[in-house]
Write a protein that binds this ligand. Sequence first.
Ligand SMILES: [Ca+2]
Length: 161
Amino acid sequence: MTAVAFYDDTDALLKSVHYTYDAFDRLIGKAVDDDGDTFVDRGQSFVYDGTDIVLVYDETGSLTDRFLTGPDIDQMLAQENGSGDVQWLLADQQGTIRDVAEYDSGTETTSVVNHLQYDSFGRITHIMLQADQSGIEHGRPTRTRERRKVQLASCCLQIVT
Ligand SMILES: [Ca+2]
């Protein structure tokens, strides 16, 4: 699939998404026209190390995410956002990410900021987000920035927009 277009009942273009692949059939680019005016509104470019995405850039060429992967299949060890915040993904004995730890360079401490629970199909059922320094917010599936980051971390084979 290289493109998806959405039309209304009068066949007016509402939105389109174009995908670009390299010679190894890896997704290397995604361009989205959110309003159907044929101009790209946002996009992403992906850089790989083998089969693993290691860098993600936005449509302006700014680095938005960087991933540190391990030698195992889909083994993601850490991710860094464009602001330089690094999160370490702590897996269990089966490689499932259970906790996310973040290093705070200001306080020189590392703390668990997310705890993940899954159902029997591997879908995230609960995310416990650290609300602030005073405690843990027992979460429900949300669409917060943290959840997006977790989705990227827990399924590095998928590309989440
Ligand atoms: Ca547009």
